[in-house]
Design a protein around this ligand. Sequence first.
Ligand code: ADP
Length: 263
Amino acid sequence: NPQKTFEYRVMPYGEEHLLLIARDVTRVSQLEEMRKDFVANVSHELRTPLTVITGYLELLPRDEQDSFATKAMDEMFSQTARMQNLIEDLLILSRIEASAERIFEKQVDMYAMLQQIEAEAKTLNKDKNHKIRFEMDPELKVFGVETELRSACSNLIFNAIHYTPAPGKIVVKWEEDERGARFSVKDNGDGIEERHLARLTERFYRVDKARSRKTGGSGLGLSIVKHVLNHHNSHLEIESKLNKGSVFSFHLNQQLIAERSSA
Ligand code: ADP
């Protein structure tokens, strides 16, 4: 029945038989679709009023003599910016969840893309002053969805900047190893306790709620990374030690590596 969605499990049954169990998950997947649509629509609808609020906030004259008004306006600016970030991340997440884009159709020049992220990272790093080193194989290109891979890589790099006390050391690598193409970000920052690792990529999951709020993230970054990697048949690998630092990495398997131009 094409209208129905089933989940299948095969189990051994006695010595010679297999048991096939089909579970009707039509209702569950319909609800899941409704949830996705709802989140996407709400996020989209919230965009316009927020743009209007931000626009007026920018136009309001500032009276530096009035310390209350100045403080209130600064707070409104930063909170609307936070909301805008959150909505953009929700939209990115919905788009990736719904993405039917084929990953084998287009080549991504990761070197060029990472150079652009490097420039953005420099701006973000202005008041942190971390030592950030990029070690990249310029010839290593892959098949994939560029916008998605860009979100994943920049989230991991920006997190390293946020969650490392200044001045720290961050190393970003893009290289080939025996498992395929590997992207990694190593920092010597906050680190994460083992017990949090399994839940880290859940939506809005944060290790330290108060501190994360201060850094201004949406709590969706690693969830976006997870979905992007899932779409590219990969997964996030995390090694971390509390107060020592972390390595966030992923592999794109050999089949996704495009032929080198120099070969
Ligand atoms: P956000 O950064 O917006 O809070 P993320 O999904 O990107 O959301 O990250 C989830 C949580 O994982 C963060 O709140 C933080 O506690 C932890 N985290 C992410 N990256 C790092 C890192 N490089 N070092 C230490 N903790 C991290």
